[in-house]
Ligand binder design. Structure first.
Ligand code: SF4
Length: 443
């Protein structure tokens, strides 16, 4: 407390001296809250004033004067102690559109901040050139291949995607080929990756490009963002990876790195939290070379700044990082409670054919699954039971044996067991059918 009072006194003294010497006082104008403090000779500054202000900053730095701190009602910035700032190697992100915790304007000045940002970008790029993984979608700048990889990588791990990506490009090599394929074929090629809405959206996006852009995705962020299933992240990723545009992107890996760099302790899945991350990602971007920069930031999150046990000792940008307890970041809103669901299905085989039912609901629309246990059926033997997650649900899928019967709905079909692999099945049901494979042909 005493130190705080002393710092404020020192700052006031500095301002007084500045007034007496005819040097304009510090002016902080935030892009976001458009705040101007009382003492602001903003209009008097001009070029000369700015030069004087720089001199004042230099003096302040030499004299060890405490850094300027402005607490804004609107942007709610918080103070960072001078000691923590020094330990973190100084704050690199002053030119952001929002106020970081504590505003070390007097210590850094704009040139200092820009130099630090430049250094951070260089360190990041150098590290990526040496340590970045050679992933298939990093060997191409084809917008179609990049878009496919981005759709596949949503909610899915890199190791899983690699094989699917290669097979997909052989089967559907460009927008036109994908646009002319039928939905069943597309879903079949996607089966096993889950979240089938992505396959449907990718299919619709291909038709959009084929019909609206002659099969070539234009280098236009708005046109990319207008594609079905393409959000802010995917549009930015395609623009930067395919067209090398300096467009910010925030995925889980980048969000983690940025939140830790800032020691940002608010939930990142709120509107405000997300916006601060996007603004920071934008401020970190170089003017050119979005592909390299975004790939490096993403790769750092995947390999070094990992959710658990981040390897700060070997991190190329550790001198810029302010995270005190990185493993606790990023923070998110509390998750909704998990809800238990039960899914009872029947295993019905007749003449070497298995009864399947095509789904029409939003969850698995177009896919096939084992039919539900008919109301009239009693006493079926439990063949298999396992749990699988679905959003915030925990589903228990149980499969019972049933007597051979006729179809009970128009969506049902007898499918030859030898042709099961050609059908697009819902992933948990494909798993159940595979596990019951030894019993194919029996009831
Ligand atoms: S120093 Fe640690 S927490 Fe900070 S960015 Fe690097 S790995 Fe992440």
């Amino acid at each position: 407390m005493a130190a705080k009072i002393q710092k404020n006194k020192d700052l006031k003294a500095l301002r007084r001296r500045a007034h007496l010497d005819g040097v304009p006082t510090e002016h902080t104008r935030h892009a976001k809250c458009n705040f101007a403090p009382k003492c602001v000779p903003k209009l008097e500054l001009g070029n000369e004033g700015v030069k004087d202000l720089k001199a004042l900053r230099r003096q302040a730095r030499l004299r060890g004067t405490p850094t300027e701190h402005t607490r804004h009602a609107k942007c709610n910035c918080r103070r960072l102690s001078a000691a923590a700032l020094r330990a973190a190697g100084g704050w690199p992100l002053v030119p952001l559109g929002f106020a970081p915790k504590g505003v070390p304007k007097l210590e850094l000045g704009n040139e200092g901040a820009q130099a630090r940002l430049k250094l951070l970008r260089q360190q990041l790029a150098r590290w990526f050139r040496e340590h970045g993984r050679d992933l298939p979608w990093r060997r191409t700048t084809d917008p179609y291949a990049i878009l496919v990889s981005e759709f596949m990588l949503q909610q899915t791990q890199v190791a899983t995607v690699i094989d699917y990506y290669a097979r997909w490009l052989v089967r559907f090599p460009d927008f036109t080929a994908l646009a002319s394929a039928g939905e069943a074929e597309v879903l079949h090629a996607w089966q096993g990756l889950g979240y089938y809405a992505r396959a449907r959206n990718l299919h619709r996006a291909a038709r959009h490009v084929a019909e609206g852009h002659g099969g070539q995705l234009p280098n236009d962020l708005a046109a990319i963002a207008a594609l079905p299933g393409v959000g802010r992240y995917t549009a930015g990723a395609v623009a930067s990876f395919a067209f090398d545009r300096a467009t910010p992107i925030i995925d889980a890996n980048i969000a983690r790195v940025v939140a830790r760099l800032l020691d940002f302790r608010e939930p990142i899945d709120t509107t405000r939290g997300a916006e601060i991350l996007w603004q920071t990602a934008e401020a970190l971007l170089p003017k050119r070379g979005g592909r390299l920069h975004n790939s490096a930031l993403m790769e750092l999150g995947a390999l070094v700044c990992t959710p658990r046990a981040p390897q700060c000792l070997i991190c190329p940008i550790r001198t810029h990082c302010r995270a005190e307890n990185p493993e606790s970041l990023p923070r998110k809103k509390p998750r909704p409670k998990t809800v238990a669901l039960v899914e009872d299905c029947v295993w019905l085989v007749r003449d070497g054919k298995l009864l399947l039912e095509q789904q029409t609901g939003p969850r698995w629309r177009g896919l096939w699954k084992l039919p539900p246990v008919p109301k009239a059926m009693h006493g079926g033997r439990l063949l298999l039971s396992f749990e699988y997650p679905f959003t915030n649900h925990r589903v228990t899928l149980s499969v019972y044996s049933g007597a051979a019967a006729s179809k009970s709905s128009a969506n049902q079909r007898w499918v030859s067991l030898s042709k099961i692999d050609e059908i697009a099945l819902a992933a948990p049901h494909r798993r159940a059918i595979k596990r019951l494979g030894a019993d194919y042909g029996t009831t």
